[in-house]
Design a binder for this molecule. Structure first.
Ligand code: 13P
Ligand code: SF4
Length: 327
């Protein structure tokens, strides 16, 4: 007898048929996009209507490559601040727009640049690997950047005789340390969204859907990662769902991911990973972007990302190293 769930799970079933027509706001965005020669890129956690009008939807790594390679004049980044900032670091001459300047990240906030600078001063000689979910100031103090999609590969590239400090996500860092066998100092930061998933709620859901593999993001806690069938970046979740013979999956990450999975793997069913209080788990920062704010950003050519040139310059090298190492 399956254990009783505290609430009904969020289940996205296979597509019934054709997509609904675009709304007038979506149509206007596509028109403005042409006028501005803009590229719209969106993270996998964005709402469905934004993902639908984006030129590219992906994880932090894919979005970084898109931003680095575009010849558009304007990049409209539908994601959070550190992502748009990364696009500006690699494209100083372009206009980079973020629909809502307050779309921050709790993980990024957990590592202020002055604290990292102080730590490095007291502990000289460390090789600093910064997860891309950090500010430009932290990137500027780092040796190399990584995303959840390439963290293992990046750490494997670091000379064996160097001691590593991994910032700011202790959960991703712990996962990478286990996969690479590298001992690392971990900054005590975490993502407020991913640490809300618990073994207790996942066990209840799994007893209702015993055939559904669990796929979890590495920002989850170790206990949750240990019960997952696959731990990977949001982009790799798409390939996992497509290639695995299972018909349905429990997806343990921010709930916007279900939009991407539903579109790209339309024949399968996706069940949102629950928290103790809710059947799914939204990042309040990612969800600050609305379709109207996307339209307004193109209409007003703002809010625009601005960066002091010295910080941008110092933050560029470790990003470039990452892009080169993960090609
Ligand atoms: P991905 O790079 O796997 O999409 O993760 C980004 C993120 O913010 C996770 O919380
Ligand atoms: Fe930051 Fe977590 Fe939101 Fe990702 S899901 S943007 S790590 S707060």
């Amino acid at each position: 007898m399956p254990e009783l769930l505290d609430y009904e799970p969020v289940v996205i079933s296979p597509s019934a048929g054709e997509e609904t027509p675009l709304t007038p706001v979506q149509e206007e965005i596509l028109e403005l996009k042409k006028q501005r020669n803009a590229l719209i890129i969106a993270h996998n956690y964005q709402i469905g209507p934004i993902q639908r009008i984006a030129d590219f939807v992906g994880d932090s790594l894919g979005l970084s490559y898109k931003a680095a390679e575009t010849d558009a004049n304007v990049i409209l980044f539908c994601g959070v601040h550190f992502m748009a900032e990364t696009a500006k670091i690699v494209n100083p001459g372009k206009t980079v727009l973020l629909p809502d300047m307050d779309a921050g990240c709790s993980l990024s906030d957990s590592c202020p640049p002055h604290q990292l600078a102080e730590y490095k001063k007291k502990n000289p000689g460390l090789y600093v690997v910064a997860y891309i979910n950090c500010s430009a100031g932290v990137k500027a103090l780092s040796d190399v950047i990584c995303t959840s999609g390439n963290a293992v590969r990046i750490v494997e590239n670091i000379p064996k005789d160097r001691e590593i400090l991994f910032v700011p996500d202790q959960n991703l860092g712990q996962w990478v340390a286990a996969r690479t066998g590298r001992k690392m100092r971990l900054w005590p930061g975490s993502c407020y969204v991913h640490i809300l998933f618990t073994v207790r709620t996942l066990e209840k859901l799994k007893s209702r859907y015993p055939d559904a593999p669990i796929v979890a993001h590495p920002e989850c806690t170790e206990a949750v990662r240990d019960m997952a069938d696959e731990v990977c970046s949001t982009e790799k979740m798409v390939g996992f769902a497509r290639d695995n013979p299972a018909e349905r999956f429990i997806v343990v990450t921010e709930s916007g991911m279900l939009n991407r999975l539903h579109r790209e793997v339309p024949g399968k069913t996706f069940i949102a990973g629950p928290t103790e209080n809710c059947a799914c788990n939204d990042c309040r920062f990612m969800k600050m972007n609305t379709i109207e704010k996307v339209r307004d950003a193109l209409r007003n050519m703002g809010p625009e990302i601005q960066l002091p040139e010295d910080i941008r310059h110092d933050a560029y090298e470790p990003i470039k190293r990452m892009l080169d190492w993960s090609r």
